[in-house]
Write a protein that binds this ligand. Structure first.
Ligand code: T3D
Length: 268
């Protein structure tokens, strides 16, 4: 297998990015962060109309074990040396990664093929869909090493599963099996391990044929509405419909409906 830290393969309009440090459960080094950002930036580039859905997954038996705790950027300083400031990694690597995911012009699916721990778990939860194999699990590992959930965990967890479960997951750091993650609404779906690739491909191809611009606006609206009053949300919806209603995909969607044919969406 290639020694690239992020493998990119494209099948039709679906780009799959595979985190590729299997010996360390695809934990994040600074270099893997840079490779993933570059791949996501390239997929998002306005000129890149070929990509209409992105899948994130991991090589080997894990999805991502979060920060590589041995990476020089974060590994505890030697005695007598000044402590490392972890905010540097957050501000320069994790925060931009979350912002990149949330501003992708196309849907992003996490295909969680094994353990997703710490920032790896929250990387998955920042995607639009999380599909997980039966043997996968989610661990908010931060408290076990004296940290708080990051990579958006403090924002995401209570919104997805409510405060009680958010605190339970974050303070105990227990392994949450994929089936239980689906049951409590933390993820979209848990499937048999053997079916994960096929189920992911089916969902990705389906999303790729949908109106990307409307899907990206839907993500922004659903997330953004969390901080709005109902009246503000109604105003935001009106503004978005105003923009989308004059775009090609709306005209195409309505025309296709009237003609009883499949629509061909191209806006991005
Ligand atoms: O620090 C900052 O910049 C702030 C940002 C923090 C973000 C974070 O993500 S903090 C949380 C970091 N992640 C963790 O604390 C998880 C640590 N890993 C584990 O708890 C376990 O590895 C797992 C529960 C994820 C999986 O357990 P298991 O038994 O299936 O596998 P293993 O044997 O523990 O790991 C396999 C190998 O991967 C092993 O290497 P070895 O001994 O075979 O050479 C292990 O050391 C390596 N590995 C796993 N996780 C990490 C890692 N190496 C470096 N960093 C890791 N996070």
């Amino acid at each position: 297998m290639s020694d690239s830290l992020v493998l990119a393969t494209q099948q039709g309009p679906v780009l799959t990015l595979t985190l590729n440090r299997p010996a360390a459960l695809n934990s994040f080094t600074e270099a893997m962060h840079q490779a993933l950002r570059a791949a996501l930036d390239a997929a998002a580039a306005a000129a890149n109309a070929d990509v209409r859905c992105v899948v994130l997954t991991g090589a080997g038996r894990g999805f991502c074990a979060g920060q590589d705790l041995a990476d020089p950027m974060v590994a505890p300083a030697a005695p007598g040396e000044p402590p490392k400031d972890l905010a540097l990694a957050i501000n320069t690597l994790y925060k931009p990664l979350v912002q990149r995911l949330k501003s992708m012009p196309v849907p992003v699916i996490a295909a969680v093929n094994g353990v997703a721990a710490g920032a790896g778990a929250n990387l998955a939860l920042n995607c639009d869909f999380v599909l997980a194999g039966q043997s996968a699990s989610f661990i908010q590992a931060f408290a076990k090493i004296g940290l708080v959930p990051d990579t958006g965990g403090t924002w995401l967890l209570p919104r997805i599963v409510g405060r009680a479960r958010a605190l339970g997951l974050a303070m105990l750091g227990d392994k949450l099996p994929a089936a239980e993650a689906e049951r409590i609404g933390l993820i979209w779906k848990c499937v048999d391990d053997a079916a994960l690739a096929d189920e992911t491909a089916k969902l990705a191809q389906r999303l790729a044929a949908m109106p990307a611009k409307a899907l990206a606006a839907t993500r922004a609206a659903i997330d953004g509405a969390q901080a709005l009053t109902l009246d503000q949300a109604l105003d935001m919806e009106a503004a978005l419909q105003s923009q989308l209603g004059s775009a090609h995909d709306y005209l195409e969607g309505v025309a296709a409906f009237g003609a009883k044919r499949a629509p061909v969406f191209t806006d991005r």
